[in-house]
Design a protein around this ligand. Structure first.
Ligand code: CU
Length: 165
């Protein structure tokens, strides 16, 4: 097998493994009704303290997440105030590129799954949600809708986190 093909094969297997691990974590925490402790995600950590924190309003419609790119200094805390103004269901996912690929694959494998992870929110038409977040890592991230059929067709919002603000 040529090296390149083998690498593609292994990276697919790794993604399936990652999706399986995410499912196991999700189902075990739901089964025990426990709140997960603060956990590092690629784009930062979910933030439960939402008072006195900058609010960032974001709307999703049937073309995807709307608005210009966002920039934050490292360790900025925000609350994303989300609203679905479209006619269809949409999904909020915040992550880096590999994390978004894993999450996208999971939704393709389980199109009926509506479980919300700490970095995701399902939004029915007209619905709103608040997601607290702390950007404790520098890098380039994005907010995207990763529902099956929406992944390639909808725009996302890019986020840059740097230390020089
Ligand atoms: Cu969508």
């Amino acid at each position: 097998m040529p090296t390149q093909r083998r690498m593609v094969f292994f990276s697919r297997r790794r993604r399936v493994l990652a999706a399986t691990l995410l499912m196991v974590v999700a189902s075990s925490s739901m089964a025990h009704g426990i709140k997960p402790k603060e956990k590092q995600f690629p784009a930062g950590v979910p933030e439960t303290v939402q008072t006195g924190v900058r609010e960032v309003a974001l709307q999703v419609n049937d073309d995807g997440w709307q608005g210009p790119a966002l920039a934050f200094a490292q360790d900025t805390r925000v609350v994303f105030v989300l609203k679905n103004t479209g006619q269809e269901k949409h999904l909020f996912v915040i992550g880096d590129a590999p994390g978004q690929r894993d999450q996208a694959l999971m939704h393709r494998l389980m199109p009926a799954d509506t479980y919300d992870y700490p970095n995701t929110r399902h939004l029915a038409p007209g619905n709103t949600a608040r997601v607290g977040w702390r950007f404790n890592r520098r890098g380039t991230f994005s907010i995207r809708c990763l529902l099956p059929g929406h992944q390639a067709n909808e725009r996302g919002v890019m986020i840059r986190v740097s230390g020089d603000h």
